[in-house]
Design a protein around this ligand. Structure first.
Ligand code: PLP
Length: 755
C-alpha cells in the first residue's frame, strides 16, 4: 500500500517536498473501482479534488475523455466510471500532453503554499485550523448540497481558503436528496422533484477511522443513539466533512435525517441541526483535528457551541467558565437582516429532543449542560420564552460576529442591539473569481494584464493591480463578452426548447425560438430566489411601457429570468406564475424568457453572458447578494436598487442605481417610485448607451462602464479580500494570535463605510 497523502488522504505517490503545509489531513477510504490505465492514474487524483470546479482546463480534459458523459453529469468520477475508450486516448499525443500539463498544474497548486498569502503573512502561527460550519455548500452543480446564496458563498469561501493556504476545515451535511429541482408547467406552476444521489458516484470519499473502517460518530437522541457517517469533499487544500445519517446501523426513521436540505418538519429539522453542530464537533474530535477557532456561518450549526460547553463541563469545568471558554474562540456570521428570518424552535421541542444529548441522563453530577441554561442563552430579542432562537444563541456564545455588507451591519445592529456585547462588524461578501469569470474574459485578463485570476491572493496588491484593466483593448474585451453571450443564448435556447416541447407547444413555436434570443439584442438578466421582497415583478408594473421598450425596432431589449421559490412560499410561487404568464403573453412573447431550475450552472451562464444584471429588492432586506458581483467581474453592468453590496459597490460610473437611499415606509409608494425609476433608467440610460456604436460597431461608452465595473469589483468583492478580513478581524483574534500591523507584509484592505 502506498502511504496516505497528508493533504488529501488519497493514496498517491507524490507530495513529499519539505515546504509542505501543515494543512488538515483527513484519511479516506478508496473510492469505487475506476478502470483507469496506469499511465493515466493521476486522473483519479484530480477527479476527487474539486479543484477542477474552478479550473477550466481540467474540466476540458474530462470533457475530452467522454464528452457526452461530461455534459450529462459534470462530474469527473462519473466520467471515469463509464466505458471510456482508453486505447484511443492513450494513442492521442495531444491528449497525453494536456493530461501531463494539467496534472503538473494540480501538483504545483497543492504543493506550493509557501508563497501564498497566509503562509507569507502569518507563517505557522495558528495552533490549529479554523473549523467552519455551514448547513449548505455550493461547490459545483454535480454536488447538489446547496439551495442558494448562503451555500454558494460558503463554497467560494472554502475555495479561497485553499487558494490562500489558510489552514481550514469545513463541516456540512451530505444531503442525498439535496434541494428540489424545479420545472414550471404549462400554466406557470412550479413543480418540485427531489434528486436521489448515489454518494458512491459523487466526487467525495468516505472518511476512515484509525482502524481503516468507515468513521462513525455517535449522537444520542431520545431513546436511542444514532450513528453518523462522514464523507470528505476535498476542495483544493481544504477538506469539507459531510455528515450522513443514512447508514445501515440506523433505524429507517433516522436514516433520512440528512436527506433533504432544510427539511420542513420541525422535529426532523432539529435533528438535522443537532447532527450538523454536535456531530460535526464529534467528527473533528474523532479525526484528532484541534481547531484554533470556530466559525458558524449562519445559525443552523449553533448547537456546536452547546456541545463544546458540554465537553468542558464533562471534564470538570464549571458551567459559566465552560461557556466563557467556548465564546472566546468562536465567531459567527449573520445572514438575514430581520429577526423573523432567523431559525427558531419551540423550547419544549429543544428540551425534549436535545435534553438527553446535552444533559446526560439528567441526574445531578452526570456532567451535562442543563437545558434551561441553553434555552436562556437562546432567548430572542422579542423575549418570547416559548422560542429558542438560534441566532440569539449564536450571538451570545461567540465573541465576534459579522454581517455581510456595510448596510446589513447597520440593520443587524439595530435589530440585535439588546443582546449584543459588542457591535456586529461588517465583512462584506465576495465571490471566487476563478469560479465565476468566463474563460474568454479570463483569457483576455491574462493576455493583457499578464496575470491570472488564480493569482488574486494578495501576492500583488490586488486592488491596484486590477486598475490596469484599461490595457485590455476595446475590441478584445467586447469580443470576449460576445463569446460568453453567444454561449448563453445557445444554452438558453436548448433549455427553452425542452421546456416548450414538454408543454406541448407546436413545432412552429419551437422553430421561432431559433430566431429569438439574438446575441445582438441588449439582454438583461434577473436570477434569484423568488421571494416577494425581491420584487421580480417590478418590471411589469406598466406593461404597455415595457412592451414599447422591448419591441423598439431599432433598439430592442430582451429579458431572461431564472429562480426557484421555496416549496412553502406560495406568494413566491405566484410571482413565478405571473412572470411565466407575461413571458407567454402576446405583448412580451419572444422578449421575456424564464429558464427553469436555477443552479450554479445556470448562474454561470447568466452572469457571464447577459449585458445587464438587474436586481430589485425592497431595501434594506437584501443582506448582501453576490450574483451581481459575479456579473460585474465579467464586465456585466449592474442595474440595481442600492441594497446589500451594491449600496457600497456602486461608484456612479460602474452601473446604475435604481432609486435612492431613503426608504418610504409605505411599500406600495416605494414600489411605484422604484418601478418608475427603473423604466427611466432603461429608456434614458441603459438602452441608448448600449446601442451607441462607433464606426467599427463598438459601444465605446458601454465598454468604459464595463471596465469600471471590473476594476471596482474584481478585487474588492472577491472572497480573497473577504478572507483577508475574516482572518485578521475575526479568526486570529478568536485564536488568540496577535494580528500584524497594517503595512507589514502585504496590505490588508479593510473596507470601511462607503463614501
Ligand atoms: C450566486 C448565487 C446565488 C446568490 O445570489 P444573490 O445575488 O444573493 O441572489 C444564488 N443562487 C445561485 C445558484 C448562485 O450562483
Amino acid at each position: 500500500m502506498r502511504p496516505l497523502n497528508r493533504f488529501t488522504g488519497c493514496r498517491a505517490r507524490r507530495y513529499h517536498p519539505p515546504d509542505m503545509l501543515p494543512l488538515v489531513r483527513v484519511p479516506t477510504l478508496p473510492g469505487p473501482p475506476l478502470r483507469v490505465p496506469p499511465q493515466l492514474e493521476g486522473l483519479r487524483r484530480i477527479a476527487y479534488n474539486l479543484w477542477w470546479s474552478w479550473h477550466p482546463r481540467t474540466r476540458a480534459l474530462f470533457s475530452r475523455i467522454d464528452r457526452p458523459a461530461w455534459v450529462r453529469y459534470r462530474n469527473p468520477v462519473q466520467v471515469l466510471m463509464g466505458t471510456v475508450d482508453w486505447a484511443t486516448l492513450l494513442d492521442d499525443g495531444e491528449f497525453l500532453s494536456e493530461y501531463t500539463a494539467v496534472l503538473a498544474q494540480f501538483d504545483r497548486y497543492m504543493l506550493n503554499g509557501a508563497d501564498h498569502w497566509f503562509t507569507r503573512r502569518h507563517g505557522h502561527e495558528l495552533p490549529g485550523p479554523i473549523a467552519y460550519f455551514c448547513a449548505e455548500y455550493g461547490f459545483t452543480e454535480s454536488l447538489g448540497i446547496y439551495s442558494g446564496g448562503l451555500g454558494v458563498l460558503a463554497g467560494d469561501h472554502v475555495k479561497s481558503t485553499s487558494d490562500m493556504a489558510v489552514p481550514f476545515v469545513s463541516v456540512g451535511l451530505l444531503y442525498r436528496n439535496g434541494y428540489f429541482r424545479q420545472t414550471i408547467d404549462a400554466d406557470g406552476h412550479q413543480e418540485h422533484a427531489y434528486p436521489d444521489y448515489d454518494p458512491s458516484l459523487l466526487p467525495i470519499l468516505r472518511v476512515a477511522d484509525a482502524a481503516g473502517d468507515p468513521l462513525r460518530v455517535p449522537l444520542e437522541l431520545p431513546g436511542r443513539t444514532i450513528q453518523v457517517g462522514v464523507w470528505c469533499a476535498q476542495v483544493g487544500r481544504t477538506p469539507a466533512l459531510l455528515l450522513d445519517t443514512d447508514v445501515p446501523e440506523n433505524d429507517d426513521a433516522d436514516r433520512p435525517i440528512t436527506h433533504i436540505l432544510y427539511v420542513r418538519g420541525r422535529e426532523m429539522r432539529l435533528h438535522q441541526e443537532l447532527v450538523l453542530g454536535v456531530g460535526g464537533v464529534r467528527a473533528l474530535r474523532a479525526l484528532k483535528i484541534a481547531p484554533a477557532a470556530w466559525h458558524l456561518n449562519e445559525g443552523h450549526s449553533a448547537f456546536l457551541l452547546a456541545e463544546r460547553a458540554r465537553e468542558l463541563v464533562a471534564a470538570g469545568t464549571p458551567l459559566d467558565a465552560a461557556f466563557a471558554s467556548v465564546r472566546r474562540d468562536s465567531v459567527f456570521t449573520i445572514h438575514t437582516p430581520v429577526s423573523a428570518g432567523n431559525e427558531r424552535f419551540d423550547t419544549e421541542l429543544v428540551q425534549r429532543v436535545a435534553g438527553p444529548l446535552f444533559d446526560g441522563d439528567g441526574r445531578p453530577g452526570t456532567g451535562g449542560v442543563p437545558i434551561p441554561a441553553i434555552l436562556e442563552l437562546g432567548l430572542g430579542v422579542e423575549g418570547d420564552r416559548t422560542q429558542f432562537d438560534m441566532t440569539a444563541f449564536s450571538l451570545r456564545v461567540t465573541n465576534g460576529a459579522n454581517a455581510v455588507s456595510q448596510l446589513h451591519a447597520r440593520t443587524a445592529n439595530a435589530t440585535w442591539h439588546p443582546i449584543l456585547a459588542e457591535p456586529i462588524l461588517a465583512v462584506t461578501n465576495g465571490v471566487h473569481a476563478p469560479t465565476w469569470v468566463g474563460s474568454p474574459t479570463r483569457e483576455a485578463y491574462q493576455r493583457f494584464l499578464d496575470a491570472d485570476l488564480d493569482d488574486l491572493d494578495g501576492r500583488s496588491d490586488g486592488s491596484r493591480f486590477w486598475d490596469r484593466i484599461g490595457r485590455v483593448p476595446d475590441r478584445e474585451l467586447w469580443d470576449a463578452h460576445l463569446r460568453q453571450k453567444v454561449d448563453l443564448m445557445h444554452f438558453a435556447r436548448g433549455r427553452l426548447l425542452r421546456q416548450f416541447a414538454r408543454h406541448g407547444e407546436a413545432p412552429a413555436v419551437l422553430d421561432e425560438l431559433e430566431r429569438q434570443l439574438d446575441p445582438d439584442v441588449l439582454t438583461i438578466g434577473f436570477a434569484r430566489r423568488f421571494a416577494t421582497y425581491k420584487r421580480a415583478n417590478l418590471l411589469f408594473r406598466d406593461i404597455d411601457r415595457l412592451a414599447r421598450l422591448v419591441d423598439d425596432p431599432k433598439r430592442p431589449v430582451q429579458f431572461i429570468f431564472a429562480g426557484k421559490a421555496h416549496p412553502a412560499d406560495r406568494p413566491g410561487q405566484q410571482v413565478i406564475q405571473e412572470l411565466f404568464g407575461r413571458s407567454r403573453s402576446p405583448q412580451l412573447r419572444g422578449r421575456v424568457f424564464i429558464i427553469e431550475d436555477y443552479d450554479v450552472r445556470v448562474a454561470r451562464f447568466l452572469v457571464q453572458g447577459v449585458d445587464v444584471w438587474m436586481n430589485t429588492p425592497r431595501r434594506p432586506l437584501e443582506a448582501s447578494g453576490t450574483s451581481g458581483m459575479k456579473a460585474a467581474q465579467n464586465g456585466v453592468l449592474n442595474l440595481s436598487v442600492l441594497d446589500g453590496w451594491w449600496d457600497e459597490g456602486w461608484t456612479g460610473d460602474n452601473g446604475w442605481a435604481i432609486g435612492g437611499r431613503e426608504t418610504n415606509p409605505d411599500d406600495g409608494a416605494q414600489d411605484f417610485a422604484d418601478a418608475m425609476d427603473l423604466y427611466r433608467l432603461l429608456e434614458d440610460e441603459v438602452v441608448p448607451r448600449y446601442y451607441d456604436r462607433d464606426a467599427n460597431g463598438l459601444p465605446r461608452a458601454w465598454l468604459q462602464l464595463m471596465r469600471a465595473a471590473i476594476a471596482s469589483t474584481i478585487w474588492r468583492f472577491s472572497t480573497t479580500r473577504m478572507l483577508h478580513e475574516y482572518v485578521e478581524r475575526l479568526y486570529l483574534p478568536a485564536a488568540g494570535v496577535p494580528v500584524p500591523q497594517p503595512g507589514s507584509g502585504s496590505a490588508v484592505h479593510v473596507i470601511t463605510e462607503a463614501g
